[in-house]
Design a protein around this ligand. Structure first.
Ligand SMILES: CC(C)(COP(=O)(O)OP(=O)(O)OC[C@H]1O[C@@H](n2cnc3c(N)ncnc32)[C@H](O)[C@@H]1OP(=O)(O)O)[C@@H](O)C(=O)NCCC(=O)NCCS
Length: 168
């Protein structure tokens, strides 16, 4: 999974709005980049990379959209590999003003359903060993540690490897 996190806790100042989880389109790229830049200090997906991922079937981006489906609360990027039963969660992030409101949990559930719909039976990811919020998110949703990559990230931080068997 992604490298660093740049998250600062925050709560939405506005009233809750009805959210829709849908596939991202090219029209979402600017908002995706905004979330990305606010969430990660380095190793970010840029506009070009998001456009590439949206144009190629090996990557699926789901977004949680509000306010007439124009504002994004968060996104999850799933990568699929042919000839493998394993889908990979490459990245998940929630806009700062919407954290701790269940956005990532809902995106993760939707990603798992999507992976199952595509015939994948397991989901894998790597998380920085010091990313407590992300580890809590995945471990509380049934992901189990099965390994570690030493010095996986550019600053020497280890990656924790997590997996989950997907079920309906
Ligand atoms: C990690 C992140 C995606 C969580 O998003 P979120 O929308 O705030 O998460 P949710 O509100 O859906 O919370 C789901 C679970 O995550 C865990 N969690 C979320 N924020 C947490 C925090 N600050 N501390 C500890 N656990 C946290 C909890 O287990 C929570 O479950 P609970 O509400 O039942 O207790 C968000 O903090 C983020 O975008 N961080 C920066 C990007 C990042 O590090 N992404 C992961 C690596 S790619």
């Amino acid at each position: 999974m992604r490298a660093d996190t740049n998250r600062r806790a925050g709560r939405a100042a506005r009233a809750p709005a009805a959210a829709t989880i849908r596939r991202a389109t090219l029209a979402d790229v600017a908002a995706l980049v905004e979330i990305e830049n606010a969430s990660f200090p380095g190793n970010r997906l840029d506009r070009r990379r998001f456009r590439y991922l949206l144009a190629h079937a090996h990557g699926v981006i789901l977004v949680d959209a509000v306010n007439g489906a124009t504002e994004l609360r968060g996104y999850v990027l799933l990568l699929f590999r042919s000839n493998s039963p394993v889908a990979r969660v490459y990245s998940i992030a929630t806009a700062a003003r919407y954290v701790k409101q269940g956005v990532a949990a809902q995106l993760l559930r939707a990603a798992e359903r999507l992976a199952l719909d595509h015939g994948y039976t397991r989901q894998h990811l790597e998380i920085r060993a010091d990313n407590a919020a992300s580890l809590a998110l995945f471990e509380s949703r049934g992901y189990r540690r099965f390994g570690r990559h030493a010095a996986y990230y550019h600053d020497g931080m280890d990656a924790v490897r997590l997996e989950k068997a997907l079920e309906r």
